[in-house]
Design a protein around this ligand. Structure first.
Ligand code: Z2T
Length: 801
């Protein structure tokens, strides 16, 4: 079908006419997209089947990655690339007068995630398949992914996202593998042969119907599976208003909760979590029992990974299956369970820690609650034996306390591995946030520094840079990204520098065109492209970036001798719809953009751009065009960050705090090749513990700060009245919890250093190339190898030739 251009064209035209009953000339872009998508799916079907067959037939251990989010983005282009057939399609389409890129861009993003956590899951799937590892994703088939963002009059407006509007060519519905999930009702017990038996009665059941999507490895025969569960009415609905039951059932897979690092505590969210977990575990156990008679060795053949605490009910759910369905003794069930489960923590922010009130948990999941209660009792008894009389410790560590279930405690107790996502984050878990648990389970704790798939973030997003690297060091780096380090020998080569500069220039032109098309603003393509794209959060400190731009504006207005190297400040960020402060910052960025861009003098030197609806597909245009990567979170707050790695891989230099993976970027590239500033993590944490910071002192003693803070409310931004009062209050009357004013001077200094460095283009290009050379470490292939060896103990599957 894809072996050469003409064969491809023939089958494409034949299929298009067969499926749509019209001539090619009458076909729409959508017809063409659908036809190509179906051809790709058919093309991989035999490898998909053989991967599944081999997994079924072999005793090879399987890993299942449970995640409430998978932020996949678009799939057509990546699938063509991984299959090595993109060139054939490109050429065939060219003959037919079809622009492949245009077809690819007509696909809706699969946006089933908020940000880093969901995108990490997507990168991991790509690495698992590309490394021929038997690893599969399990998630929810949300009808609506993360909301679409519109900016109206500077404010964020949320619209329901509709990725399934025109269907999804990549999914296969498997109704015969549907699974029933019980909610509500009560538990009856009886004695059978002297053993207690539990029966869940009067439950309201929901059907989980799987939709399988192929996960295609890069130039290999492995095709893994991402299974997304859809919520549908069960065959025997409860005896009540049938329409209400249908509505409530379908609501379970209707929406992705739009909260990034914030816990909502809504009953529907708990329903989603148990829906995902129960469907996944029942389906894993069912397929395991097709090739094994018992579950006694389950943990030797199955690893289940829980992505943050959202799927942590996998622990009591597996216990339930082993106890109630397999009639195992508690001790054996427990041994199998914690040896099967591993857990990743993604944040230490206290507002993100999931705590489920018993009055929600207990009635919704009565049997699961009983098991969690028993677990808690046994765990507290163990603690009592080890620390007799230490009530305080037991209260702090209990799984159930003060009327809530603490999901992180359940996760740590019920798994054999607990990992953080960057060195500093794992250290903070061990030494601070989870110190008491680390004391009793030191061997469980480990670090797995995050990574990103270079196949999307370099090969797909930046083919120009990809070609340049290959021309310089050959092709081996593509399958062994750590070999990118070989580029280091060439960074002083003037020709390479010039070619890299040309690539960057071209990518800046492309982004400038997109900006012009979307905002009507024309930016200087020779200016420094300085970018902060990520979710909007107080701890990520978009506000620090804004205050610095306001300071530059003031200098330019007041001092005619002051000049700057031209800069384009680019922002992209979605705010959680209920996050008042975050929405104010979006309005502030847009007000600043109006102020700066409409000033005849200042706008010659700088522009401020807010890019609407930041998402994976837009990110693919932004990273390659960036010169400066803003990673300026309050130290200790950003667990890892992954955007930082995507920028680095595309030859941007980092302006960052010593937080998350920025620290490991610094360790890789050395201090000459990154710009760091601000408080260190232990300084921040000591301030929190011991006090000693008064933001008002910085306001009173630094004129630059006083001026920009005053400008938030003194009419500097026309027609905003008391719009930004709350932001000013957060800085002054709430004592600036994220140390924006504390780090301001240091940030300004670092930005001056950066500007100086940029003016020395030749050196800058060397630094950028050196960053690229060292970015191979941050490929998720490295991360996945570490998970495979250190946590899951899985082996690759054979490749078909
Ligand atoms: C999320 O994206 C992250 C953490 C969360 O904690 C929740 C969400 Cl939705 C519950 C992010 C971290 O903020 C970021 O530092 C990290 O790089 C990313 O997860 C992947 O580990």
């Amino acid at each position: 079908m894809f072996s050469n251009k003409n064969e491809f064209k023939d089958s494409f035209l034949k299929r298009l006419e067969m499926s749509y009953g019209k001539k090619f000339a009458e076909s729409t872009k959508r017809d063409q997209y659908q036809t190509l998508g179906n051809m790709v799916r058919e093309h991989i079907s035999s490898n998909w089947i053989s991967t599944n067959e081999w997994n079924r037939a072999s005793n090879n251990k399987q890993v299942y990655y449970l995640s409430i989010e998978f932020l996949l983005g678009r799939l057509l282009g990546q699938n063509l690339l991984n299959l090595g057939i993109r060139e054939v399609v490109l050429e065939g389409f060219a003959d037919l007068g079809i622009d492949l890129e245009e077809i690819e861009e007509s696909e809706a993003d699969a946006g089933l995630g908020n940000g880093g956590l969901g995108r990490l899951a997507a990168c991991f799937l790509d690495s698992l398949a590309s490394l021929n590892l038997p690893g599969h994703g399990l998630g929810i088939r949300y009808k609506h992914g993360l909301f679409d963002q519109k900016i109206v009059d500077g404010y964020q407006v949320e619209l329901p996202e509709q990725w399934l509007r025109h269907g999804n060519v990549w999914e296969v519905r498997k109704p015969d593998q549907a699974i029933e999930i019980p909610f509500w009702g009560k538990i009856e017990h009886s004695h059978e042969d002297g053993k207690l038996e539990f029966r869940h009665v009067q439950s309201e059941n929901i059907m989980a119907v799987p939709y399988d999507m192929p996960v295609i490895g890069y130039e290999t025969s492995t095709v893994n599976t991402l299974r997304l569960w859809n919520a549908e009415p069960a065959p025997h609905p409860p005896h009540r208003d049938v329409l209400a039951y249908k509505r409530e059932t379908e609501a379970v897979s209707e929406f992705l909760y739009p909260d990034d690092t914030h816990d909502e505590g809504k009953i529907l969210r708990l329903k989603q979590q148990y829906f995902l977990v129960s469907a996944s575990l029942q389906s894993i156990v069912r397929s395991y029992l097709k090739k094994n008679d018992t579950l006694h060795e389950f943990h030797k053949h199955v690893a289940i990974h829980v992505n943050d605490t959202h799927p942590v009910l996998a622990i009591p759910e597996l216990m339930r299956i082993l106890l109630d369905e397999e009639h195992m003794e508690w001790e054996e069930a427990w041994n199998i369970t914690f040896n099967t489960i591993s857990y990743t923590n993604h944040t230490t922010l206290s507002e993100a820690l999931e705590k489920w009130p018993l009055h929600i948990f207990k009635p919704l999941l009565p049997r699961i609650y009983m098991i969690v209660e028993e677990l808690n009792e046994r765990f507290c008894k163990e603690l009592w034996n080890r620390f007799p009389g230490d009530w305080n410790r037991i209260e702090n560590m209990a799984i159930i306390a003060h009327g809530v279930v603490k999901m992180a405690h359940l996760a740590i107790v019920g798994s054999h591995s607990v990992n953080g996502v960057a060195k500093i984050h794992s250290d903070i878990l061990k030494n601070r946030e989870m110190k008491l648990f680390h004391q009793i389970y030191p061997q469980k704790f480990n670090n797995k520094t995050n990574g990103i798939t270079h196949r999307r973030w370099l090969l797909k997003a930046n083919p120009e840079l990809t070609n340049l690297i290959t021309e310089t060091i050959g092709t081996d780096w593509i399958t062994n990204p750590h070999l990118m380090i070989e580029l280091k020998r060439h960074i002083y080569n003037p020709l390479l520098k010039e070619e890299f500069a040309a690539v960057k220039r071209k990518r800046k032109e492309i982004l400038a065109d997109i900006i012009e098309k979307k905002t009507g603003i024309s930016v200087d393509k020779h200016s420094i492209f300085d970018v902060q794209v990520k979710r909007l959060h107080a701890y990520k400190r978009q506000l620090l970036n804004v205050l610095h731009i306001m300071y530059l504006y003031n200098r330019l207005k007041e001092d005619s001798n002051f000049t700057i190297y031209p800069r384009t400040f680019i922002f992209g960020a979605k705010a959680s719809p209920g996050y008042y402060y975050a929405k104010k910052i979006i309005k502030l960025i847009n007000s600043l953009a109006d102020k700066v861009n409409s000033d005849p003098k200042v706008s010659k030197m700088m522009k401020v751009i807010f890019m609407e609806n930041y998402r994976v597909s837009l990110a693919e245009h932004i990273f390659p065009a960036t010169d400066v990567s803003e990673q300026i979170s309050t130290a200790s707050k950003e667990a890892s960050g992954t955007g930082n790695m995507k920028f680095m891989m595309n030859g941007a230099l980092t302006m960052g705090t010593l937080d998350g993976a920025n620290i490991e970027i610094l360790e890789e590239v050395g201090k000459e090749n990154i710009f760091t500033f601000g408080l260190k993590a232990d300084e921040v944490l000591n301030y929190y513990e011991n006090g000693g910071y008064r933001s008002s002192e910085y306001y009173h003693h630094d004129l630059r700060i006083r001026q920009v803070v005053d400008q938030l409310t003194n009419g500097f931004f026309p027609d905003t009245e008391d719009e930004f009062e709350a932001i000013k209050d957060s800085l002054l009357y709430e004592n600036d919890q994220y140390f924006v004013l504390r780090d301001f001077a240091s940030y300004v200094d670092a930005q001056e250093q950066l500007e100086k460095a940029y003016k020395n283009q030749d050196k800058w290009l060397e630094k950028a190339l050196l960053n690229i050379a060292h970015s191979g470490y941050f490929s998720s292939d490295r991360t996945i190898h570490e998970y495979a060896d250190g946590i899951w103990d899985i082996q690759p599957i054979p490749v078909i030739h």
